[in-house]
Ligand binder design. Sequence first.
Ligand code: ATP
Ligand code: MG
Length: 292
Amino acid sequence: MPDMRSLLRVRSESPDVPIDLDAIDPKSTPGLPGRKVTGKDPKLWARAEVERIGAELATQQEMLFAQAAVDDGQGRSVLLVLQAMDCGGKDGAVKRVAGAMNPLGMHIKAFGPPTAQERRGGFLWRIRKALPPGGYVGVFNRSHYEDVLIVRVNGLAPESVWRPRYEKINDFEREVVDGGTTVVKVMLHISREEQRERLMQRLIDPAKHWKFNPSDLDSRARWDDYHAAYAEALARCDSDAAPWYVLPADRKWYRDWALSHLLRQTFADLKLSYPQPDYDLAAQRRRLEADG
Ligand code: ATP
Ligand code: MG
């Protein structure tokens, strides 16, 4: 099994050195075994693997949920934070990877521009409220990182406001991890050409018109500024406790395969199992056998 965590983890000499996103090819497929190994077309093979790993993820998620259920919700939780440029494939990743698990145990939240009320509580206020309770797998489709990305690029707040947020985010995430939540942060990394392709699809396909927002083209025009903001956030807010991964995402089948593996490895670390019953199993079985 490929160690996707080491392959995709961002590497920076220090938090002050931004991650070089240009050095990561969005079309690349790190860790994917070649046709010689699998004997199959890589895309078809990866899709089948996503199905197979999805079943494993579902079992792991059920164990997480079961453990918390017997511990009165005191169990651990997992939080996947997804960030990407527009059309980066967050929705698709949620559908295909998180979708393999039981919706009852999922806590999925998408973050758009904050309302006036949300803004009043500070940028982490709505994020705290959306954290997954014990036993749940949470997914953030965009997150508190928007407050050092779009806010920075579009000048929605002055630097004196957004710059101290890196440290605030690190403190916050440390607190979340200490509270029993495993945090996995993933940037789905697409190329400028792929984004153009996907935006064009949204304008061509009537079933996708609703996904297009004219402001997407304004964001696209500031691609380099966004990348600079990502590069700094990734470097400043990567830690062993709450690591950042950059996942090449031009190929959707690779994206889903790599993300499935990342989650699988994350669950494996938790060493989950189904809880032992706190009642006398044999006695209960005898009771039921006698009733019939
Ligand atoms: P897609 O990638 O499929 O277009 P999306 O995540 O862009 O999906 P939208 O509803 O189109 O979903 O956009 C959400 C918008 O909310 C994004 O433009 C994002 O930058 C913005 N947003 C999220 N958080 C904040 C924030 N804290 N401050 C300002 N804008 C934010
Ligand atoms: Mg959008």
